[in-house]
Design a protein around this ligand. Structure first.
Ligand code: SF4
Length: 463
């Protein structure tokens, strides 16, 4: 994908509509409750019976946090009571056992991710117990090839905790920073010192963590171009391997926590665009590869290599490696992807715990992809991950004549070319430097459900 990015404010404003982030296709809106535990057990069995069964990736959702960040739109529970976490963990261990029985033991877990909430809400003994159960139920990759990561809230981690996480087998960490500016931190109720965060980064390098990822957010209250520039100075000095820089979408009508934010402190759309431009420019100038959407990585990072080798994928964590794995979701509301199916666990802690307590897999809903879905998923992934589409690739794989199969979609590419988002060539197109910021808009053309839907969509805005 081209590393050049061209900012055209008018174009960006014109294309700033609501749209999916394509962490799955079809998106979660298409998941339905007809896909139940029986369907899930069947696809798990079928995935074991493949000629060469795929390795596994596990996502473990740990949804508790000690305090509320006012910008938060995640599924989480704020509590100061450790016993809530203990009850949750007890059920999670049972789910791990149930899920583990469904997958053959010769299917290695190459990738593991603990996400939140705040996974480090749980203490070392609890995380150790969880890891032991995962080892009992699945075959975890012992070699350095494994990619075992955990999201850390620097406010809940000290050097000794880092040592424990390393000894448990984690070799990657992702740190929530958002902004180093004290006034911004105060406005979003997330106060963490720069020194603490930088010390953790240094120590995790000493301990041999192979990849360190930082999350930032632009568009937070009280942020200015000057203040965020200083945050970027600090971040670039620390030189993490990966950066995810998210756009803050202020939607207090949807997310209660955001009602704590003073509307007047939220940067204007024009400032947000400047913040985005500043971030992308500074990171690219500092040698980071702009992977796409909100992700950046150093040139030798696996994410960059996966993109170069055509092995990058979109999943529920954004851009990710290990496209070849089946993904097993564990914990409340988590989403898995097995073969050609997506499956999501029950969405609230009481319903999820209730199912596990009754000895049932806590599957809520899902979807099985048909041939047309798989075709469109590959197309959307090619646009989102590689910024191009080569019709011939799909003609061979799916036995179609691309321009005939997608006549209306191909016609709708013309205005995108006129606006400078893509460059049409014989047998395909390439996303231009201006189109790099509007990947979603281009991908949306091939979303069959979006074009059919008459319902207002509940997606965030493209910018
Ligand atoms: S942003 Fe993260 S740490 Fe803060 S409340 Fe949300 S899930 Fe918890």
């Amino acid at each position: 994908m081209t590393q050049q990015v061209r900012f055209d404010q008018d174009l960006i404003k014109r294309y700033d509509v609501s749209g999916p982030r394509y962490t799955s296709y079809p998106t979660a809106v298409q998941f339905h409750e007809g896909f139940d535990t029986v369907a899930y057990e069947m696809i798990a069995a079928a995935s074991n019976a493949e000629l060469i069964p795929r390795p596994l990736s596990l996502y473990v959702h740990l949804p508790f946090c000690h305090s509320l960040c006012y910008y938060c739109g995640c599924t989480k529970k704020i509590t100061r009571h450790p016993e809530h976490g203990a009850v949750y963990l007890e059920h999670l261990l049972r789910e791990v056992q149930m899920q583990g029985r469904l997958f053959d033991r010769d299917r290695m877990v190459d990738q593991l991710h603990f996400g939140g909430g705040t996974p480090t809400f749980f203490d070392d003994a609890q995380l150790t117990q969880l890891m032991e159960h995962l080892r009992d139920a699945f075959t975890l990759q012992p070699s350095a090839e494994r990619e075992f990561s955990i999201e850390l809230d620097p406010r809940t981690v000290d050097p000794q905790r880092l040592e424990t996480l390393s000894s448990l087998g984690f070799n990657r960490i992702s740190l929530g920073v958002q902004d180093f500016d004290p006034a911004v931190q105060q406005a979003v109720n997330r106060i963490q010192s720069k020194q603490e965060t930088l010390a953790l980064i240094d120590y995790s390098r000493d301990l041999g963590f192979e990849s360190i990822s930082l999350d930032l957010i632009y568009g937070l209250p009280l942020q200015t171009v000057e203040s965020f520039d200083k945050t970027l100075d600090t971040v670039l000095d620390a030189r993490p391997d990966r950066l995810a820089v998210y756009n803050y979408a202020h939607m207090p009508q949807l997310f209660r926590a955001q009602r704590m934010i003073n509307e007047e402190d939220v940067p204007t759309p024009a400032t947000k665009l400047q913040l985005m431009e500043l971030t992308i420019k500074r990171l690219i100038d500092a040698g980071y590869v702009f992977i796409g959407m909100d992700h950046f990585a150093l040139p030798d990072d696996e994410l960059t290599l996966a993109q170069r080798e055509g092995k990058l994928q979109r999943n529920f964590q954004g851009y990710s490696t290990h496209k070849e794995c089946d993904l097993v979701g564990l914990g409340v509301s988590s989403i898995g992807k097995i073969g050609d199916c997506y499956a999501q666990n029950l969405k609230t802690i009481p319903t999820w715990q209730g199912a596990v307590h009754a000895g049932e897999l806590p599957i809520w809903r899902g979807v099985t992809l048909g041939t047309e879905d798989r075709l469109r998923r590959s197309i959307i992934e090619s646009i989102m991950c590689h910024g191009e589409l080569r019709y011939g690739d799909f003609e061979q794989r799916y036995g179609i004549e691309f321009e005939e199969h997608f006549t209306p979609e191909v016609q709708r590419l013309d205005p995108l070319e006129q606006d400078g988002l893509i460059e049409l060539e014989a047998g395909g197109f390439t996303v231009t430097p201006a189109g790099r910021l509007l990947l979603r808009n281009i991908a949306m053309l091939f979303d069959e459900y979006l074009s059919r839907s008459e319902q207002p969509q509940r997606f965030s805005r493209v910018i």
